[in-house]
Design a binder for this molecule. Structure first.
Ligand SMILES: NC(=O)c1ccc[n+]([C@@H]2O[C@H](COP(=O)([O-])OP(=O)(O)OC[C@H]3O[C@@H](n4cnc5c(N)ncnc54)[C@H](OP(=O)(O)O)[C@@H]3O)[C@@H](O)[C@H]2O)c1
Length: 249
């Protein structure tokens, strides 16, 4: 029970890594806010599964790239569950994959601002209460592509690298207030976001990892839990790859 008595907010928790994180957190005793944007039914199903296991969860709708919605979501969570102890900024923006030469600037700009807004607004909404209580843990979900490029992923790499820098800046400034901020960087994880990849590409990626398989959402959720919980109480500004050992920093 690594999060007993804590309130956790997981953005983009209706599906994939966020949904697995919300469920794992609830199993570890957290009262969990399951954020969704478009997939309300899927978020309600996550809540139902948590409750079936005896946990406490609520679904909260918000487009986290909209400051007003992110703030309203945090206030609603505070009213229903209490102040947020743990924030997982996981919601990821759609990416247009294409070679750098000829890459549309509008797509790069949308990805850069979308990923940044999805973290910036929700973190700014939760930190005042964390500062008051001099405690809090924030985990941002980046990508292995933030440090290691992949064909067609220039926008994704640039946007996630900006998040990594933001995490270091936040860890630096918020550490003295008792708040930890860390990054989890998944490798290829089998979710809706990667369902478009042909099987041979996924198999080749799995062969490149020392552990010889691609991640499932629960693998990433486990690493998020470790950083989110007080077990990692002296860890901040860290970048944790969750990629089966593909990259060894
Ligand atoms: N899968 C991978 O291989 C992989 C690798 C590296 C990093 N990542 C990162 O891991 C995170 C989760 O990815 P995933 O693969 O689990 O994605 P996914 O299965 O496609 O799910 C995406 C989630 O993000 C939510 N979301 C999207 N836009 C949102 C917005 N504006 N406001 C609130 N929620 C929003 C979606 O909510 P709705 O459906 O309700 O709209 C959904 O719950 C992302 O940050 C992604 O970049 C994934």
């Amino acid at each position: 029970m690594l999060l007993d008595g804590k309130v956790a907010l997981v953005t983009g928790a209706s599906r994939g890594i966020g949904a697995a994180t919300a469920r794992l957190f609830a199993r570890h005793g957290a009262r969990v806010a399951v954020n969704y944007n478009r997939s309300e039914d899927a978020a309600r199903e996550v809540v139902r599964l948590v409750e079936k296991e005896g946990g406490i969860a609520v679904a909260v709708g918000a487009d986290v790239t909209e400051r007003g919605q992110a703030e309203a979501m945090v206030r609603a969570v505070e009213r229903t569950l209490g102040p947020v102890d743990v924030l997982v900024a996981n919601a990821g923006m759609r990416v247009h994959m294409a070679p750098f030469v000829g890459y549309p600037w509008e797509e790069l700009e949308a990805k850069l601002t979308g990923e940044a807004k999805a973290v910036f607004f929700v973190v700014q909404a939760v930190v005042p209460s964390m500062i008051e209580r001099r405690a809090g843990s924030i985990v941002v979900v980046s990508s292995g592509l933030s440090r290691h490029p992949g064909d067609g992923f220039c926008a994704h790499s640039a946007a996630k690298a900006a998040l990594d820098a933001l995490v270091r800046a936040m860890a630096h400034e918020l550490g003295p207030q008792g708040i930890r901020v860390n990054t989890v960087a998944p490798g290829l994880t089998l979710t809706d976001a990667t369902a478009f990849l042909p099987e041979p590409a996924k198999e080749a990626a799995a062969r490149r990892t020392p552990l010889r398989r691609n991640a499932v959402p629960e693998d990433v959720a486990g690493a998020i839990l470790v950083l989110a919980a007080d077990t990692a109480r002296h860890v901040t500004g860290a970048y944790l790859p969750v990629d089966g050992g593909t990259v060894m920093p």
